[in-house]
Design a protein around this ligand. Structure first.
Ligand SMILES: [Zn+2]
Length: 230
């Protein structure tokens, strides 16, 4: 069936045309099957084609770039009419936990974060904004004022330390094995503390690849990352 131009009514011819533009904050720059008007020369694409290119583009970003979560919670709470104490009470957690969430010492469960967003009357994305940065920029963030190897070393220590499956089932083990586990946990805690203290934690990508908004802005000012990350 022939297709006709939506602008001038001229006949459209199918071909491979360059497609450029943005959709949902993603930039498209590719070639795609489209239709060119024989009269006015305008090129048109079907929506499904744009969508397919967009998904391909997103796959590239997600597989090649590293996600960083910017934590805006502190600022949102400050601007809200609720105190940390009131928020803690409503969520049924301690005030310390709220502080930990604000400082990125702790990433809340999705459910808790959704409740927090509801409580503060904001969208979930306002609490945590995701940014995708190149591996080079990620490396810049990790190595600023610190030793990247220490950061790499810290992660497995933490993972092991917080793998509570073994520890919570330790009552099923022999007294001797329990003692051994306790000693291992103590050693790991000491090791983690030692590494942590040696780092300038302000600029480190924290647990769950998260960063405070203020540090993200500072990293841009310092030229560690560019400000044009999506
Ligand atoms: Zn036309």
């Amino acid at each position: 069936m022939d297709k006709y131009c939506s602008k001038c009514g001229g006949k459209l011819v199918q071909g491979l045309y360059s497609i450029r533009g943005t959709l949902n904050d993603s930039t498209i720059d590719d070639k795609a099957i489209g239709y060119k008007c024989q009269s006015c020369g305008s090129v048109q694409f079907e929506d499904s084609i744009i969508h397919k290119i967009l998904l391909k583009n997103k796959s590239n970003i997600v597989s090649e770039f590293i996600p960083v979560m910017i934590n805006n919670i502190g600022q949102i709470i400050e601007e809200s009419e609720l105190s940390r104490g009131e928020i803690a009470k409503a969520l049924g957690v301690t005030e310390q936990r709220i502080s930990n969430i604000i400082n990125n010492d702790n990433i809340p469960l999705v459910l808790t974060a959704l409740q927090l967003a509801y409580l503060l009357d904001v969208q979930y994305e306002e609490l945590y904004t995701i940014k995708y940065i190149s591996p080079e920029q990620y490396y810049n963030l990790c190595t600023y004022n610190t030793d990247f190897n220490q950061v790499k070393e810290l992660v497995p220590v933490y993972n092991k330390l917080y793998d509570n499956k073994i520890l919570s089932n330790s009552n099923k083990l022999t007294k001797e094995k329990q003692k051994e586990l306790k000693a291992e946990k103590k050693a790991l805690t000491e090791k983690a503390t030692e590494i942590k203290e040696s780092l300038d934690y302000d600029y480190i990508i924290r647990k769950g690849n998260s960063m405070l908004k203020s540090n993200w802005q500072k990293a841009i000012e310092l030229g560690l990352i560019t400000g044009d990350n999506e």
